[in-house]
Design a protein around this ligand. Structure first.
Ligand SMILES: Nc1ncnc2c1ncn2[C@@H]1O[C@H](COP(=O)(O)OP(=O)(O)O)[C@@H](O)[C@H]1O
Ligand SMILES: [Mg+2]
Length: 215
């Protein structure tokens, strides 16, 4: 029986308006040029159940969702996503490209909402087991630039309408994660003009491809 090598798991992270979604197609193109099959997805969401939970945490201001409820809802969506989409794809040899993952939980629910990182780590272990991204591109931008870009794109969701202090804490937590995991998390200066950001993204993806040995 032939069996394909396990795929790789790539995530993009960063504040709203940093340019994550814009650059997903750049990452995807770079991978597809190397004949890699890519499954593109996002969090919270990625499954019908996850998308329903996403709608709750992003938009239902009327429900007065508590921080712990928010945290558990995001991990509930993640459990479904791993089971139905991420693990099956990786097992079949396809690569998974995900718009946000657990680093966002540390940044938003940890940094932003102030939930202890140890609590998040307990849920991470429960829901993910040993699953971790192989590569994460962190799009880092100052708050005002991110806000201005997000505003021009669409109406603010529950996170985008948070205070400046919340967003500063999110950014600081993201950068702390990058410092702690320099092998996995590559910081992209997302304040640059798009052309330069795209160039940096391609370079990081190609560098990663260079480290992947054929199995
Ligand atoms: N480097 C950049 N310079 C200027 N505008 C950008 C840049 N990157 C993205 N944008 C624009 O900013 C907005 C937000 O980008 P988006 O990719 O949706 O951010 P995110 O997914 O991180 O919230 C979009 O209108 C996009 O076209
Ligand atoms: Mg986006």
């Amino acid at each position: 029986m032939t069996h394909s090598p396990r795929g790789r798991f790539i995530t993009v992270e960063g504040q709203d308006g940093a340019g994550k979604t814009t650059n997903l197609s750049v990452i995807r193109d770079t991978l597809e040029q190397s004949s890699i099959q890519v499954v593109q997805t996002r969090e919270p969401g990625g499954t019908p159940c996850g998308e329903a939970l996403r709608e709750l945490v992003l938009n239902r201001r009327d429900l007065d969702i508590a921080p712990t409820t928010e945290l558990l809802t995001i991990f509930a969506a993640r459990a479904q996503h791993i089971l139905q989409v991420i693990e099956p794809a990786l097992k079949s040899g396809r690569w998974v490209l995900c718009d946000r993952f657990t680093d966002a939980t540390y940044a938003y629910q940890g940094g932003g909402r102030g939930i202890s990182l140890d609590t998040i780590a307990v849920l991470e272990a429960m829901v993910q087991g040993t699953l971790q991204p192989d590569l994460t591109l962190l799009f880092d931008v100052d708050i005002d630039t991110g806000d201005a870009r997000a505003r021009q794109r669409s109406e603010a969701d529950r996170f985008e309408s948070e205070q400046h202090a919340f967003k500063r804490a999110v950014r600081a937590q993201y950068l702390a994660l990058a410092q702690r995991n320099p092998q996995r998390i590559k910081v992209i200066d997302a304040a640059q003009p798009l052309e330069q950001v795209v160039h940096a993204v391609r370079s990081q993806v190609k560098a990663f491809l260079g480290t992947v040995v054929d199995e």
